[in-house]
Design a protein around this ligand. Structure first.
Ligand SMILES: [Zn+2]
Length: 361
């Protein structure tokens, strides 16, 4: 991929640096683009920038983003994405020109404007623009507790899709009861045909890697907890993702998934997963301050963070714990300090101090 040209509605110059390491941990092969206004710009004036790229995207580092005949998926974590840490959440419109035989599914409202021409409009602020396309999309649609759920899939056995869909609805129902109304309104699940790269979630949009029917039968709990984790991000997505504060997203989503496992498969399975997490967490860095691009960050946030939340649940009891979680989502708590204050206010400063200690342990 190459930048051919960047122009603005006001005069600009730009410098594209691919020599220095990228400061955004999720796109190691991206470059830093510095845009300079060559004239003073008024504060409230709308500025437009046009980026012109050229080249083949192919399959990128994390294997999520790709443009291949069998599957198209574009979004953040690929160097083509004009990411800015200051941007936070944004709305967007995307026009997609693609071969006539392809259907487009994306984050936002998708409309077919004509043969091979699609429009995606995202009115809900999000951190990502996701565009997927396939010439073999199938879909299922239903509603649960006022939540509309749609499932789009490519190359998955019908019975597997129906089971995933049923479980997705069930999980959403539990989460709505436990954590209150999801801020993103409705839910769309996409099961992609790619086997690499894993899943991710954006406001109301869950993307999962390929599900193999044979593996699905043998690893029912693992598939369920992955789905439950991604669905949980409809509630857990308020904290910044590029620092250790991401534990407020990842550890909470992972523990929610564990709670759903406890509901569906029983306490023994819940405890055996926790025991494995305890084993993995041995000798790991502390949650507080862990670098997001540290190779141990996954274990710290997904395993160790779960143990902290389990510890909190044990300390205050299930009922109070759920109340705390509900308040955390409804107040859109986005920092650990806020969460500690909430815990102190609801169950006392002693518990908050202990929680803080677990984060620094
Ligand atoms: Zn997650």
């Amino acid at each position: 991929m190459e930048i051919k040209n960047i122009t603005g509605s006001v005069p600009i110059t730009y410098q594209f640096d691919v020599e220095q390491p990228c400061s955004f941990p999720f796109t190691p092969d991206a470059g830093t683009l510095k845009i300079k206004f060559t004239q003073p710009v008024e504060d409230d004036k709308l500025l437009r920038l046009w980026f012109e790229y050229e080249g083949n995207i192919g399959v990128t580092t994390w294997e999520v983003n790709r443009v291949t005949p069998g599957w198209v998926e574009l979004g953040m974590y690929a160097p083509w994405f004009p990411y800015s840490p200051e941007l936070k959440q944004f709305c967007y419109d995307v026009l997609v020109h693609i071969d006539h035989s392809y259907e487009v599914v994306g984050l936002g409202k998708v409309e077919k404007l004509g043969e091979g021409l699609w429009h995606i409009s995202q009115k809900r602020p999000s951190v990502d623009m996701v565009v997927t396309a396939s010439n073999r999309f199938c879909k299922l649609r239903s509603a649960e507790s006022g939540l509309e759920v749609e499932l789009d899939y490519v190359d998955v056995a019908k019975w597997v899709v129906e089971d995933v869909f049923k479980k997705g609805l069930q999980v959403s129902k539990w989460y709505s009861e436990w954590f209150g109304v999801a801020s993103s309104g409705d839910m769309r699940i996409v099961i992609t045909p790619r086997t690499e790269g894993g899943g991710y979630t954006r406001t109301g949009f869950v993307v999962l890697p390929h599900i193999d029917a044979e593996a699905y039968t043998g690893q029912e709990i693992r598939y369920f907890s992955n789905l439950a984790h991604e669905c949980a991000h409809l509630w857990w997505a308020n904290a910044p993702v590029n620092s250790w504060e991401d534990w407020l997203n990842e550890s909470f989503a992972e523990y929610s998934a564990l709670m759903a496992v406890r509901e569906l498969f029983g306490t023994a399975h819940f405890e055996s997963i926790l025991a494995k997490k305890l084993e993995c967490s041995e000798g790991m860095p502390t949650i507080r301050g862990v670098e997001r691009d540290d190779e141990k960050a996954f274990t710290v946030l997904y395993d160790k963070g779960c143990l902290v939340l389990y510890g909190l649940e044990r300390m205050v009891g299930k009922e109070t714990f759920l109340k705390l979680l509900k308040q955390t989502t409804t107040q859109k708590v986005s920092s650990t300090e806020e969460f500690l204050q909430l815990v102190a206010a609801e169950v006392g400063s002693g518990v908050a101090t202990q929680l803080d200690r677990m984060l620094t342990n």
